[in-house]
Design a protein around this ligand. Structure first.
Ligand SMILES: Nc1ncnc2c1ncn2[C@@H]1O[C@H](COP(=O)(O)OP(=O)(O)OP(=O)(O)O)[C@@H](O)[C@H]1O
Ligand SMILES: [Mg+2]
Length: 234
């Protein structure tokens, strides 16, 4: 049984249908990347999976359970956590407060988890009282990811984790993301930086105009002339 199984999902906004029956799967421990042109529905797919966009048809199953109509907090509690493309930290709160907010729906004592996050992201542990709004782009992205990890997810979904970062900072972010996966967390990513993302992915999907276009191993997609020409900039 796949960890995440999205089958024929239809979703959109108001009258507009954006996803016309999209299907993807993520197995335990896998890294899966979704690429595709701007506006093809990548972010909408993530929102539909976590319950931020209504699933109009089709289904989302997590660990075999139908979560198509769950509230995002319920999905998060089950171990399905999401880092949005933007506005993913509270700028006026400190680093530590942001992590506490991430743990808000945990019923237990999460103090130890905060310390683990400071070990995983040493930059964040140096000045835990610093306001998130004053962090660099890379640090802010690390904090957003750490916030999602506070719930100890089985599946972490990342919408454009390298957006707006310099190449060096981007490398660092991807390195950390790989480390999170090695620790056993499955990853579902959406990336503009498709080449870099596919390199670290077990499998990938190409989405075009709200429909599945291609699906293969990360390496096979990188080697595909069509993918290279259309989606990786030649
Ligand atoms: N809140 C919203 N209300 C109405 N339409 C929206 C909303 N969010 C996105 N859309 C539209 O839905 C379509 C898909 O958007 P989505 O953000 O899922 O694409 P994307 O593949 O993530 O694009 P990008 O690569 O630019 O991030 C686009 O046409 C977009 O304009
Ligand atoms: Mg997007």
């Amino acid at each position: 049984m796949a960890l995440l199984e999205v089958s024929g999902v239809v979703a959109g906004y108001g009258e507009t249908e954006v996803l016309h029956g999209v299907s993807i799967a993520v197995e335990d421990g896998e890294v899966v990347t979704v690429i595709g042109p701007n506006g093809c529905g990548k972010s909408t797919l993530m929102k539909a999976v976590v319950g931020l966009a209504r699933v109009r048809a089709g289904s989302v199953r997590f660990r075999g359970e139908d979560v198509s109509h769950r509230h995002p907090a319920q999905s998060a509690r089950m171990g399905l956590c999401y880092v949005p493309q933007s506005a993913n930290v509270f700028p006026s709160l400190s680093i530590r407060e942001n992590l506490e907010m991430g743990a808000f729906i945990r019923g237990d004592d999460y103090g130890g988890r905060i310390e683990e996050m400071f070990e995983l992201f040493p930059d964040l542990g140096l000045r835990p009282g610093q306001k998130a709004g004053g962090l660099s782009g890379g640090q802010r992205q690390m904090l957003a990811i750490a916030r999602a990890l506070m719930l100890d997810p089985a599946l972490l979904m990342l919408d454009e984790p390298s957006a707006g970062l310099s190449p060096a900072v981007m490398d660092m972010v991807f390195q950390r993301i790989r480390g999170i996966n090695r620790a056993g967390v499955a990853l579902l990513m959406v990336e503009q930086n498709a080449r870099e993302a596919l390199r670290m992915s077990d499998r990938g999907y190409v989405l075009v105009s709200g429909e599945n276009r291609l699906e293969d191993s990360g390496q096979a997609l990188l080697d595909s002339p069509e993918v290279g020409r259309m989606y990786l900039g030649g």
